[in-house]
Each structure stands twice: as C-alpha cells, then as structure tokens.
Design a protein around this ligand. Structure first.
Ligand code: FAD
Length: 337
C-alpha cells in the first residue's frame, strides 16, 4: 500500500463484487487498491458455510470461496488493505479522486473509483437471533437458503413484498409447513402478492398469523438447532411457542452508502443508481457494483458479475477520459434507473 501514490483504481469494499473487480482490473494491468473496513476481506458471504448456487461449485463455504477470490485477485497485483473504512471521496481539479479512510486519517489518490460497499441485512435484534444466525438456522435470504429447508418447518417474518413473495417461494418449493407472522393486520406488500399468498396458503400449508411479533429464538440444548420461537400477539399479548427448523427474517436491507452523501446521490433506499449495462454512475470515473447498486439482484454471482462489468469499463474510460456515456446519465441521475 502506498499513500500519496496514484492508483489507477481504488475499490471501496473487498466483498465478492470488489474482489471480482480487483481481479479483472489488476489482470488488465491497472494499479489496483482495495480498501476494506473490516479486519478481513470477503463481505457478507463470509457469514455462511453453505453456498449451493455459485456456478462451478456444488457446495462451498463462504470462507473458502473468499480465500480463492483473494488469492486470484492478489496474484495479478491487487493490493488489499483491511481496517480501512472509507469515509470520504473528494474529486480533484485534475479529474482524479482523493480517498480518505477512518484509519490513521490516511489518504489515497485514484484515477477512478469502483464503489462496492455492499448492503447489510436488517436484523431484528431478538434474543437468540445472532446465535442461531451463526448456526445457520436464521436466514435473511430465501434464494440463498431455501433449499436447506426441504420438508422442514420454518417461520417467516415480515409484511413487505419480499416477505410475502419469499414465503410463497419457500412454501411452494421446499417446506412442509411455513408460518408467516407480521406485526400488523394488513400487509405492506402489493395487493396482488397478498392475494397470491392467500390463494397459496391452503395448497402449500402456509399459516398466516396477524398481528404477531417475534419475541425470542430459543436454541435447543445442542446449541446448533432451534428449539422453538416465542411469538406474541400484539393485540392480546398472548405468547405462543412455535416449533420450527428455521427462521427467515425479511426486514429489508441497509446499503452501506451513508458516507457518500455530498459525493454521489443515492435513491430513497440508499442504493446507488447506475446504468446496468456499464455500472457507470453519474460521476465520470466512478462505477458501482454489487449489493449497494440500485436494482441489484443481491446474489453472490451477480455481485461478481457487476464487479467484472465495472472493471471492464475502466478500459474505455482510460482510453478516452471524455468518453463517459452521457446518454445514460442526465439531470443529475442515471436515465431510467
Ligand atoms: C448469511 C448469508 C448467506 C448468503 N448466502 C448466499 C448464497 O448462498 N448465495 C448467494 O448467491 N448469495 C448469498 N448471500 C448474499 C451474498 O453474500 C451477497 O449478495 C454478496 O456478498 C454481495 O457482495 P458485495 O461485494 O456486493 O457486498 P458485500 O458482500 O456486502 O461486501 C461489501 C464489503 O464492503 C465493505 N465495506 C462497506 N463499507 C465500506 C467502506 N465505507 N469502506 C471500506 N469497505 C467497506 C464491507 O465490510 C464488505 O466487506 C448471502 C448473504 C448472507 C449474509
């Protein structure tokens, strides 16, 4: 790592999107620096030991996959520096960027930026949630973990589109029984989805309980399984114990983009708009990739794909610094996204 040295590209965040971008950028010969706020690179996927939907691997753990990503990216010269949370990016008069981090007030210079800070699943903060998440019994992503619950019983929590849609997804494909709880009598989800849920309930054994909130996820004696989940009816205060094998929390996501205020405009949810064909943001020289991108698919493979597309865009950008495609960016936003 060289402070005050000019990098061709600084990548903010060393998750799957950042590491994939790093691989492509450094293999293309660009001087590449990844800044990672955590003590280890890898991002969210480090939290799981069971990945079954990353092409090329029937089953692999997050830690092992990240080691492979890291080895491949550094082999071509990507520098990865951990414990460097980026706090600000400031455009310079010569078209380059100054990057500040929270560690030792270091500053880095870059000719281009790829933003890959990801998003975090919103947790409920329930007693037992963290322990059972680590044991792989609490999930925040039905596409990622649904297949682990074939013929099992799960509790789903939430009232928005994702909660309703993914409850139907889990119940119609995998689970023996699915209980959905929501804290209000009405769902926030679109009516068409709620109608679909009600229609699917009998056929796929979905028990819809309203208005209920989760109180505690109680671990079994072995510490690896759920014994039961305590839920409470918010109108009567009656508490029930639900025997389930897994819990899916659908409480939304929080993109790690607050620190970008004043540099790049995010949408109302905090996601960064970009042209999906090029990953270009409205700021020339700044690309975005992965789960923090508006309309991202929030999957490992798509985060990697975003990172690849962004890094490949560097070629065009460095060939002609005036080439930033204005047809996709206008009126302070990215057209259509
Ligand atoms: C438990 C779990 C299981 C999952 N299972 C699957 C699965 O089986 N299949 C699948 O396809 N997907 C799965 N996912 C989703 C997948 O992990 C994400 O889609 C993917 O990690 C997104 O990659 P990313 O690089 O965009 O973001 P992230 O993985 O979130 O990485 C972003 C990185 O940027 C860092 N960062 C954030 N802010 C800053 C900053 N200011 N400065 C520097 N660094 C910063 C973060 O620390 C992090 O390391 C799972 C997610 C979780 C949580």
């Amino acid at each position: 790592m060289s402070e005050n040295q000019m990098y061709d590209v600084v990548i903010v965040g060393a998750g799957p999107a950042g590491l994939s971008a790093g691989l492509y950028a450094s293999r293309d010969g660009y001087k590449t620096l990844l800044l990672e706020k955590n003590g280890l690179p890898g991002g969210q996927i480090m939290l799981t030991e069971h990945i079954e939907n990353y092409p090329g691997y029937e089953k692999i753990g997050g830690f092992e996959l990240v080691e492979n990503f890291k080895t491949q990216a550094t082999k071509f010269g990507s520098e990865i520096v951990t414990n460097q949370g980026v706090t600000a990016i400031t455009p310079q008069s010569d078209g380059t960027f100054s990057v500040e981090t929270n560690n030792g007030e270091k500053k880095f210079s870059a000719r281009s930026i790829i933003l890959t800070p990801g998003s975090d699943y919103r947790q409920l903060g329930l007693p037992g949630e963290d322990q059972m998440r680590q044991a792989g019994r609490v999930s925040y992503c039905a596409t990622c973990d649904g297949a682990f619950y074939r013929d099992k019983e799960v509790l789903t929590i939430g009232g928005g589109n994702t909660a309703v849609e993914d409850t139907i997804y889990l119940a119609s494909r995998f689970t023996k029984k699915t209980t959905l709880i929501h804290r209000r009598r009405e769902f926030r989800a679109q009516k068409v989805l709620v109608d679909e849920l009600n229609a699917a309930a009998a056929e796929h054994n979905i028990d819809i309980k309203l208005p209920y909130v989760p109180v505690e996820i109680v671990a079994a004696e072995n510490g690896a399984d759920i014994d039961y989940v305590k839920i409470r009816n918010v109108e009567t205060d009656a508490v029930e114990q639900l025997k389930v094998d897994g819990v899916f929390v659908f409480a939304g996501m929080i993109p790690n983009t607050k620190w970008l205020t004043g540099f790049i405009e995010c949408d109302e949810g905090g996601y960064i708009p970009a042209d999906p064909g090029s990953m270009k943001t409205v700021v020339p020289g700044v690309f975005v990739a992965g789960d923090c991108r508006k309309n991202a698919a929030m999957q490992l493979a798509t985060a990697c794909s975003d990172g690849v597309v962004a890094a490949m865009g560097l070629r065009e950008f460095f060939r002609d610094l005036t080439s930033w495609n204005v047809s996709t960016c206008e009126n302070g936003g990215v057209k259509g996204y």
